[in-house]
Design a binder for this molecule. Structure first.
Ligand SMILES: O=C(O)C(=O)C[C@]1(C(=O)O)C=C[C@@H](O)C=C1
Length: 360
């Protein structure tokens, strides 16, 4: 009896799979048609549309009634769209490599798997690849919930002509991995300085006398641990898989909801998606109350500031530039008029980009 019921359900699943497959193929054919329209329009065709993708993913979540979670449903559509976009034009995405880093995870979360990843040795090379047109987009870490800003990224944003066209947040789980089978045999631990900082308490209490060596990436740490007796690495799950290491301890980060935010960098401005943010770079004269005066137009126009970060300007001693994130797109009237006033009082003013809030 149960065998018959199973058979009947499986027949319904088969029928639905057939329909889903036909619908996906129909959708992919429409994406090809979109590509033809874009090419016919002349000028430089923009295949990837960050604002459109964000709208589609938000709508998928709104429509969802379970039993799959909103995130799971959105991830499935993320992959369908990624495959459709690859039919139009395969995208090359530069990120801080090598393979197996959290940056690569961020790339796949944001763009899906139908892209060509271009791992770079350093964050400035990610910027350069996109500036030079060798990559379509770049993904760089900008802040971590435990460690704060990624200063090298902020310094590069100061100088780049690239635009921020998206953001992606990634929960970071650090694991201790080794080809050894127990903690006793570990004499050296490799990791990126940021991961060491994020796991300091765990390492101090479980492996207090083991040498810690900072290297250029977590993935490089895992590669070194795979090549050496008595060595371990602190890195993510992808790196453990890539180098075939045993996970000796999982989720060793000191703060359990450790999250890193990454920026998507491109060469074009992104139109409004309906739920956007704007990132700015501003500097004021070095006088008391100057920062307050500089940012006052935001409050006057009812624009919320969600983040402010300062960095030395490198032009004069004790001069700072501020990285400011606002709610809303620069084309929204309130944001536009706040920016006009803000620019008037700033000694340096640069809009780094308006972009959709993370949809995944
Ligand atoms: O609507 C477009 O402009 C498309 O190219 C189609 C599509 C999609 O698959 O829905 C594909 C890629 C874009 O990034 C956005 C959406």
């Amino acid at each position: 009896m149960s065998e018959e019921r199973l058979q009947a359900i499986r027949e319904r699943i088969d029928a639905l799979d057939g329909q889903i497959q036909d619908l996906i193929a129909e959708r992919a054919a429409l994406a090809q048609e979109v590509a033809r329209v874009k090419l016919d329009a002349g000028e430089e065709a923009l295949f990837y549309r960050a604002e459109r993708e964000a709208q589609i993913l938000r709508r998928v979540k709104e429509r969802n009634n379970g039993p799959l979670s909103d995130e799971t449903m959105a991830r499935l559509f993320r992959e369908v769209m990624s495959a459709c976009l690859a039919l139009e034009q395969p995208m090359t995405i530069a990120f801080l490599g090598p393979e197996g880093t959290f940056s690569q995870e961020a790339v796949l979360k944001h763009f899906g798997h139908a892209i060509k990843g271009a791992p770079q040795a350093a964050i400035d090379e990610v910027f350069r690849e996109v500036e030079a047109g060798s990559a379509d987009y770049g993904v760089v870490p900008v802040e971590n919930s435990t460690e704060g800003a990624v200063n090298i990224t902020l310094d590069l944003l100061l100088r780049t002509s690239l635009k921020i066209c998206g953001e992606v947040e990634l929960r970071i789980h650090d694991h201790l991995m080794s080809r050894e089978r127990s903690l006793e045999g570990i004499r050296t631990i490799y990791s990126h300085a940021q991961s060491f900082a994020q796991c300091r308490e765990w390492l101090d209490s479980h492996l207090p006398n083991v040498r810690r060596v900072a290297v250029s990436s977590n993935s490089e740490a895992a590669r070194m641990a795979a090549a050496e007796n008595g060595a371990a690495a602190v890195a993510g799950a992808t790196a453990a898989e890539l180098f075939g290491l045993n996970r000796l301890a999982e989720n060793i980060e000191d703060i359990p909801d450790n999250t890193t935010r990454f920026l998507i960098l491109g060469r074009e401005d992104t139109p409004p998606s309906g739920e956007d943010k704007t990132s700015l770079l501003v500097s004021s004269r070095n006088e008391s109350g100057a920062l307050f005066q500089l940012l006052k137009p935001l409050a006057d126009n009812g624009v919320s500031m969600t983040r402010i970060e300062s960095r030395p300007s490198r032009q004069g001693m004790w001069e700072y530039v501020f990285f400011v994130d606002l709610e809303g797109h620069r084309e929204m009237p309130a944001v536009a008029s706040a920016l006009v006033e803000l620019e008037r009082n700033a000694s340096l003013f640069k809009v780094l980009g308006s972009f959709p809030k993370a949809a995944l």
